[in-house]
Design a protein around this ligand. Structure first.
Ligand code: UGA
Length: 435
């Protein structure tokens, strides 16, 4: 059992803190945001993430997890410090490291004993060196520390599961002492023989970006194949199924859609390109994926406009789903944003419903009409667009939908509805590479 401080209580920090406590460690989740810490102390979770509430309070009740806004004390009291603060997109696509370096400063100033400093946030290659340098300069030279890069591979919506049962754990360290410490931290995963890759710090930093950029490329690739299917007599689902059974390709992340969003792929692809540019090496494949993704989001707007004969002015369009994917309330870089912007610019009335992301989108676009059920959102609509693949939309009662709308026109940007059923109910429809 190790004493751990996790600095930053966002999607990554809170899930990691709770997961590390579940592994038997004593964890303090610390954040300078006193409001967030107060919420957590009052048994409230500031974000929507399935299973998070259960794991957090199970560990709080077991006395292994606590919350504090005293970052300095949390550092002093711990053997291992996880840096899990945000790294938003900064200038020219590079990551903004100010929060990470601020934590490094706090660690340097509070290094009272040997500690392992471990970065979970996605940081550009070379950041580990910067962090070590900052801590060394600020701390007492006789106090030792080791640095570890331990990138996270958590998907929003299944982050708790991904933390407890990961495909792999990557530990980038410069010496055995740090690796041994991490072995204790992740003891249950070592015991159940999770693949653990022990490597250098910079290799670990690169693995994170290389993985995310690869998945982004894979999605853009199948989206572009879907676009070819749109023009010929082909079904992209059959294409991706046949591709996916080839073990070299694998079926995952071959689902076409309205373009990838979220806080990771859009930002990380740009950050990797920024690093490649600095190093003078090209990254044309990833550049292509970013361009294709932008076009994919625009293509969804064009598809809807085409369904509406390019006239949405004064019409009511109902969007079902706002989050960048199902099982999250996160709307960052969601394809629904592009859609709402274009519809509002064309003077359409925009009705929306999302099971958990309504409030977040309303904050961004005050003009949209937010509803508490899909039935209310689609009433008298001239067109319906499915923007997120929530389960409740998969089983949409099309007979009921047809009764509620003004015109039976539907854009299924997530390919979750059945073409035959849509035709049977007399819908005019479009999707991504299936029609
Ligand atoms: C992603 C990675 O999957 C995680 O491994 C990583 O830890 C995380 O970024 C991060 O860097 O923190 P996340 O952004 O939560 O996780 O979401 P994904 O499930 O990867 O989906 C990203 C986007 O791709 C979504 O917009 C989703 O709708 C889209 N997608 C995904 C597709 O369009 N098709 C697919 O087949 C899969």
């Amino acid at each position: 059992m190790k004493k751990i401080a996790v600095i930053g209580t966002g999607y990554v920090g809170l899930v990691s803190g709770a997961g590390l406590a579940d592994f038997g460690n004593a964890v303090i989740c610390a954040d300078i945001d006193a409001d967030k810490i107060n919420l957590l102390k009052n048994s409230e979770i500031p974000i929507y993430e399935p299973g998070l509430k259960e794991i957090v309070f199970r560990n709080v009740n077991a006395g292994r997890l606590s919350f504090s806004n005293n970052v300095n004390k949390a550092i002093k009291d711990s053997d291992v410090i996880f840096i899990a603060v945000g790294t938003p997109e900064g200038e020219n696509g590079a990551s903004d490291l100010s929060a990470v370096l601020e934590v490094a400063r706090a660690i340097g100033e509070n290094l009272n004993d040997y500690k392992v400093i471990c970065t979970k946030s996605t940081v550009p290659i070379g950041t580990g060196l910067q962090i070590m340098d900052k801590i060394s300069k600020l701390s007492n030279s006789s106090t030792k520390f080791d640095y570890v890069s331990n990138p996270e591979f958590l998907r929003e919506g299944s982050a708790v599961k991904d933390f407890l049962w990961p495909d792999r754990v990557v530990i980038g360290a410069s010496n055995q002492r740090a690796i041994d410490m991490m072995k204790e931290v992740y003891r249950p995963l070592y015991i159940n023989e999770t693949p653990i890759i022990e490597t250098t710090i910079q290799t670990a930093e690169l693995i994170k970006y290389a993985s995310n950029a690869f998945l982004a490329v894979k999605i853009s690739y199948i989206n572009e194949i879907a676009n070819i299917c749109d023009e010929i007599d082909a079904d992209v689902h059959v294409v991706s199924k046949a591709m996916g059974v080839d073990g070299r390709i694998s079926p995952k992340f071959l689902h076409p859609g309205p373009g990838f969003g979220g806080s990771c792929f859009p930002k990380d692809t740009k950050a990797l390109i920024s690093t490649a540019n600095e190093l003078g090496s090209g990254l044309e494949v990833v550049n292509g994926a970013i361009r294709a993704n932008k076009r994919q989001k625009e293509r969804m707007v064009a598809k809807l406009m085409k369904l509406m004969s390019n006239d949405v002015s004064g019409k009511t369009i109902a969007l079902l789903g706002l989050a960048f994917k199902a099982q999250t309330d996160d709307i960052r870089e969601s394809p629904a944003i592009e859609m709402i912007e274009s519809l509002l610019a064309s003077n359409a009335t925009v009705n929306v419903f999302d099971p958990v992301a309504n409030a977040n989108m309303k904050k961004k676009f005050n003009q949209i009409n937010v509803f508490e059920s899909w039935e209310d959102a689609v009433k008298e609509a001239d067109c319906v667009a499915i923007m997120t693949e929530w389960n409740e939309f998969r089983g949409l009662d099309l007979a009921k939908l047809k009764e509620l709308v003004k015109s039976p026109i539907i854009l299924d940007s997530r390919n979750i509805l059945n073409n035959d059923t849509l035709e049977r109910h007399g819908f005019t429809y479009d999707n991504v590479g299936r029609k």
